[in-house]
Ligand binder design. Structure first.
Ligand code: CDP
Ligand code: MG
Length: 140
């Protein structure tokens, strides 16, 4: 087991429905510590850059439009195996496939509007944290 950090976003469908607190509670109850957090609204250029890995996918434009449609809450989470643990707490990308008790099963509206983002690997976690936070903002 290793203490890790991962990057998380409470997505627009969730901030719009005032679910930020409920989602943070699910992350904390799942054993993760929120060591940095801020509410921001992305520009389209920032959303496109953040999701550039998906630029060739058919859902890219819709995803970027969605991510700028309302404020988001960006977070750094810390805990044992935080990257994998966070993915477990989030549940599968499509809420229809997500396990009971996961954030996406409980709160997501659809495959696109699925309430939360989480990094998928150590390299992307480090990149995504650095995209949104300065080192001084991480208070572990
Ligand atoms: O977010 P996650 O890592 O689970 O999934 P992804 O494959 O990295 O896709 C990023 C995001 O694109 C998803 O969370 C969905 O919001 C969206 N997406 C979509 O709208 N339609 C798909 N077929 C796949 C993903
Ligand atoms: Mg992903």
């Amino acid at each position: 087991m290793a203490l890790e950090r991962t990057f998380s976003i409470v997505k627009p469908d969730a901030t719009k429905r005032n679910l930020t607190g409920k989602i943070c509670a699910m992350l904390e109850d799942g054993g993760l510590r929120i060591i940095a957090q801020k509410r921001i609204q992305l520009t389209l250029a920032q959303a496109q850059e953040f999701y550039s890995v998906h630029a060739e996918r058919p859902f890219y434009d819709e995803l970027c439009e969605f991510m700028v449609s309302e404020p988001i809450v960006v977070q750094v989470l810390e805990g044992e195996n935080a990257i994998l643990r966070n993915r477990e707490i989030m549940g599968a990308t499509n809420p229809a496939d997500a396990e009971e008790g996961t954030i996406r099963k409980t709160h997501a509206l659809s495959l696109g509007e699925n309430s939360i983002h989480g990094s998928d690997a150590p390299e992307t976690a480090a990149e995504e944290i650095a995209y949104f936070f300065a080192g001084l903002e991480l208070v572990g």
